[in-house]
Design a protein around this ligand. Structure first.
Ligand SMILES: [Zn+2]
Length: 143
C-alpha cells in the first residue's frame, strides 16, 4: 500500500507550503497522479484525511486527477501508452500471475523498472522516456 506513504509526503509538503506562505488553511487541493502509480483513490483519500486531521489541511476539498502514461521512443519517435507497455512486459517475460489471481503490473512497484525491461514496440530500442504519468504532484491549490 503505497497510498499512505504518498499521502504522507503530500500532506507534509503542503503543510510546509502553508507555513511558508503564512496561510491558515487551504480550501481546495488538486493532486495529479500518474497512471503508472495505479493509485487506489479511496485509500489515498482516506489516508490524506487521516493524516491531515488536526492540521490546517483538515476539511480542504481534495480533487484527484489521473494523468495518462505516455512513453516516447528516442530513436524512432514512436509513442505508446501504459496498456501497451504492460503487454510488452507480459510478452517479454511471460504472464505474471499471482496465486490469488490478482495481476499486478511490475510497473506499479518500480516505475524505474520500465527503463530496464521495456523496449520500443516499433523499433525495439531501449532508448525511450516515460514522458508523463509517472509521478504524483500537487497541481493546484486554492487558499
Ligand atoms: Zn522506436
Amino acid at each position: 500500500m503505497h497510498e499512505w506513504s504518498l499521502a504522507d509526503a503530500v500532506v507534509h509538503s503542503l503543510l510546509d507550503f502553508i507555513s511558508s506562505k503564512g496561510l491558515k488553511s487551504l480550501e481546495m487541493i488538486e493532486i495529479t497522479f500518474g497512471e503508472i502509480l495505479e493509485l487506489n483513490i479511496d485509500i489515498f483519500r482516506e489516508a490524506f484525511q487521516d493524516i491531515s486531521k488536526g492540521t490546517p489541511l483538515e476539511g480542504a476539498k481534495l480533487i484527484l486527477r489521473e494523468e495518462k502514461a505516455l512513453f516516447r521512443c528516442n530513436s524512432c519517435g514512436a509513442e505508446w501508452d501504459f496498456e501497451t507497455a504492460d503487454k510488452i512486459l507480459v510478452r517479454e517475460f511471460g504472464v505474471m500471475e499471482e496465486p490469488v489471481g490478482i495481476k499486478e503490473s511490475p510497473l506499479h512497484f518500480l516505475p524505474d523498472l520500465a527503463k530496464t525491461l521495456l523496449r520500443c514496440p516499433r523499433c525495439g530500442s531501449r532508448d525511450f522516456d516515460l514522458v508523463s504519468g509517472k509521478d504524483l504532484r500537487v497541481s493546484k491549490v486554492i487558499a
